[in-house]
Write a protein that binds this ligand. Structure first.
Ligand SMILES: NC(=O)c1ccc[n+]([C@@H]2O[C@H](COP(=O)([O-])OP(=O)(O)OC[C@H]3O[C@@H](n4cnc5c(N)ncnc54)[C@H](O)[C@@H]3O)[C@@H](O)[C@H]2O)c1
Length: 366
């Protein structure tokens, strides 16, 4: 019997340095009997040589369209927009199952090519939880960006462009340095602290030196009394990490900020959840997503009040591409090991059923 194969394609999305398969997981797959083909990619945080060293076969950048049809192609983010049919099996985030812009066009490419999509966002374990997600590092990176913004505000400046860090140690060192050597004395409130993103935010704050008492960790129990919450105005950074599933009272409003007057402590809000355009967004004090090049947006407030910045970047894990890829890829590994049995392994049969359903939905409106 021939060995099972995965083909790791390059990423074409700007700034995307993460990878679905890292050299660590590639090696584990090779040890388990797989062949791993990797496209050379200058953009990726992992050097081509790291894959070569563990026994992967390196091929030209973006050469997957000419790969044999039976080889599954694994990647992370969306493929560039095109009308070309897709004859392969693709494992990736395709962002086309929630009626996002262009969803029919993406699915019809699979339909015309007779290909299959296994969307990474919808691979679930027996308890219905995602097998792999980037949440922890979204919270971790969001808290780092928030701490950098506090450091900038203290100097009366706006936070400048954010650039991905080579590793976690460099990020922690950079944030501590910006805060004068340590985050000690900074006070933070994390809502959604028991979730993936929330745990990441708390971890970053501990690693940059905040006292444990200065990290307020809230989840459902603490917000049950209903917002808005004065406690948010009494810390330096507020990080929102909740999974929003229904209408809830706002956590903070223009009115509560105005009522806090000139003595307000809060200077930075990081909305990791980024429900920016959701009508139930519990942080209705801003209306755009910010970016790595313009990480903050100022809340519109009377000029006599101290400034308040919001960070609402929707791809925060990209700020820490190495560690976030490692975590994601390791969590994905057990499912990848089952892929040769994809016609019977539940994680894959469920994902295939969902694909077939979405394909039918797309056909109905095409
Ligand atoms: N900005 C980014 O780059 C980025 C990246 C990944 C995830 N996200 C988003 O972050 C959000 C959280 O993701 P996650 O993976 O951490 O989810 P999760 O389900 O692991 O955690 C969510 C937490 O929020 C809590 N929660 C829900 N409603 C609450 C409320 N009203 N009050 C207090 N706590 C509440 C839950 O109890 C849970 O502990 C999602 O919306 C996700 O899409 C953003």
């Amino acid at each position: 019997m021939s060995r099972p194969v995965f083909w790791l394609r390059c990423e074409k999305k700007e700034f995307e340095k993460r990878a679905a398969l890292t050299p660590t997981t590639a090696k584990k797959l090779i040890d388990a009997g797989f062949d791993i083909i990797v496209e050379r990619d200058e953009q990726r945080i992992f050097d081509d040589s790291e894959y070569e060293a563990v026994g992967c076969k390196l091929v030209e950048n973006n050469s997957w369209p000419s790969a044999p049809k039976e080889i599954p192609i694994i990647g992370l983010k969306e493929l560039p927009v095109s009308t070309d049919p897709l004859p392969h099996t693709h494992i990736q985030f395709a962002h086309c199952y929630k009626n996002q812009a262009g969803w029919v066009d993406v699915l019809s490419r699979f339909d015309r090519g007779n290909g299959t999509l296994y969307d990474l966002e919808f691979l679930e374990d027996d308890n219905g939880r995602r097998v792999a997600a980037f949440g922890f590092h979204a919270g971790f990176a969001g808290a780092a960006a928030g701490a950098l913004a506090v450091a900038a505000e203290r100097k009366g400046e706006k936070l400048g462009q954010l650039n991905p860090y080579p590793n976690e140690a460099a990020m922690i060192e950079g944030v501590k340095k910006a805060l004068g050597g340590s985050g000690k004395g900074v006070k933070a409130l994390v809502i959604g602290a028991l979730g993936r993103c929330g745990r990441g935010a708390v971890d970053l704050f501990k690693k940059i030196g905040l006292e444990d008492d200065d990290i307020l960790k809230w989840d459902l129990e603490e917000t049950a009394k209903g917002g808005p919450f004065q406690e948010i105005l009494d810390v330096d950074i507020f990080i929102n990490c909740i999974y929003l599933s229904s209408k809830i009272p706002s956590f903070i409003t223009h009115e509560t900020i105005a009522a806090a007057g000139k003595s307000r402590r809060l200077s930075v809000v990081v909305d990791v959840s980024c429900d920016t355009t959701n009508p139930f967004n519990p942080i209705p004090i801003y209306s755009i997503n910010t970016t790595f090049s313009e990480p903050t947006v100022r809340v519109d407030l009377p000029s006599e009040l101290p400034p308040l910045s919001v960070i609402s970047i929707d791809h925060l894990p990209t700020l820490l591409p190495r560690e976030s890829s490692e975590q994601f890829s390791i969590d994905l590994l057990p499912s990848l090991l089952q892929f040769p049995n994809r016609n019977s392994a539940r994680v894959w049969t469920d994902a295939n059923k969902l694909f077939e359903k979405k394909l039918a939905d797309a056909r109905a409106v095409a």
